[in-house]
Design a protein around this ligand. Structure first.
Ligand SMILES: NC(=O)c1ccc[n+]([C@@H]2O[C@H](COP(=O)([O-])OP(=O)(O)OC[C@H]3O[C@@H](n4cnc5c(N)ncnc54)[C@H](O)[C@@H]3O)[C@@H](O)[C@H]2O)c1
Length: 339
């Protein structure tokens, strides 16, 4: 067995502890050093993981510990600069979502990773969720028929952020899943929203994504909703499917329902509604974050392109940017130019 991957960790705030806990479980990883600008968060890290060396200086982290890779879990506005330094230092890099706050910065990171022959992976966590993998296989099997449209609801009361709007904070998950399931990038988006809580920071957004195949996705995100909701509905030509991530175990519901042309004998009707069985398949689930970290380590060790690569991160940022442009113009359609 080869030596464990020597990993450095940056950003032990709200989300970082979950990532570090999962990295520490992997036998293929040695988290040797960590960095956080905040002394309170460094103290928390020191008390939970006394064996990990600590610094407040990224340059020391990058040069002082013979690292192979760095995991960046800092707040979104810092991603572009920190990830660029990691890649320029010749290290593999995992960056939490969203990859950056502009597509120009994301494209720069993708190029840096290519030029330095390093792995760049973005934390699109949901594409490592066992239920999403199951749904993708189910769609590929043809059982659902042609996917016609899908819609997402990611709602809650809080956590209200000041440095990014609700779409940048919540929707990278849904945008990445839509792109992953449909295998294409939207060519046009339009969005409406409102900033009830903080001037200029949208806390509620309704976005429509149009894909080159003609398929549609709608994403509704909110920090101002009475129910915590994490739900996706996929309507196919043969069946319909609901994924409810708030359910503990029965997360996927398949409805054998549809609308079909009436048979030749029917009189006065040209469409028939079909109501069939509802099935709740057994899906083996593990913590998506564990699968995500394990995938990152595997990609670093083998040179495989990650399922959520820098290029995927760039595509998602392009959609987020287009949604912002549409919000700014009061809901006008915005075209997305991809390569
Ligand atoms: N995948 C998910 O489900 C999920 C959930 C929550 C957050 N996130 C993502 O995780 C990232 C972090 O979010 P958070 O809520 O934990 O943010 P946070 O503000 O709570 O924590 C960020 C931490 O990074 C540190 N930091 C910031 N700039 C730094 C720098 N230049 N050098 C060293 N340390 C620095 C801060 O001191 C802080 O401890 C964001 O990208 C967010 O979108 C992902």
């Amino acid at each position: 067995m080869s030596a464990p991957l020597r990993v450095g960790f940056v950003g032990y705030g709200y989300w970082g502890p979950n990532i570090l806990r999962n990295l520490e479980r992997l036998a293929t990883v040695d988290v040797v050093a960590a960095c956080d600008a905040n002394p309170d968060n460094r103290a928390k890290l020191a008390s939970a993981y006394p064996h990990i060396a600590l610094t407040d200086d990224l340059e020391q982290l990058l040069t002082g510990y013979r690292l192979d890779a760095v995991v960046v879990a800092t707040s979104a506005p810092t991603h572009a600069a920190l990830a660029a330094r990691v890649l320029e230092a010749g290290l593999h890099c995992f960056v939490e979502k969203p990859l950056t706050l502009s597509s120009a910065d994301a494209a720069h990171l993708v190029k840096l990773a290519e030029d330095n022959d390093r792995i760049l992976m973005v934390g699109h966590l949901m594409v490592y969720h066992g239920a999403i993998e199951w749904i993708r296989d189910y769609i590929d099997s043809g059982e659902l028929g042609e996917v016609r449209y899908l819609y997402f609801q990611r709602l809650n009361l809080g956590k209200v952020r000041a440095d990014e709007n609700s779409f940048w904070s919540l929707a990278p998950h849904d945008v990445s899943v839509a792109l992953y399931l449909l295998g294409e990038t939207p060519d046009r988006v339009s969005a409406n929203g409102a900033d009830y809580l903080r001037d200029g920071v949208h806390d509620v957004v309704f976005a429509n994504l149009h894909f080159p195949s003609g398929r549609l996705a709608n994403i509704h995100v909110s920090w101002l909703d009475p129910h915590k909701t994490r739900r996706m509905t996929v309507v196919g030509s043969k069946k319909m499917l609901v994924f409810d991530d708030m359910e503990a175990t029965d997360k996927i519901w398949i409805y054998d329902k549809g609308v079909e042309p009436a048979d030749a004998m029917a009189y006065g009707e040209d469409l028939t509604l079909r109501f069939g069985d509802i099935r709740v398949p057994f899906v083996k689930l593990s913590e998506p974050l564990g699968a995500e970290m394990s995938h990152f380590v595997e990609c670093c060790r083998t040179g495989t392109t990650p399922r959520s690569s820098g290029a995927d991160g760039l595509r998602v940022v392009q959609v987020l940017e287009a949604v912002d442009a549409s919000l700014a113009s009061g809901g006008a359609p915005v075209t997305i130019e991809t390569e």
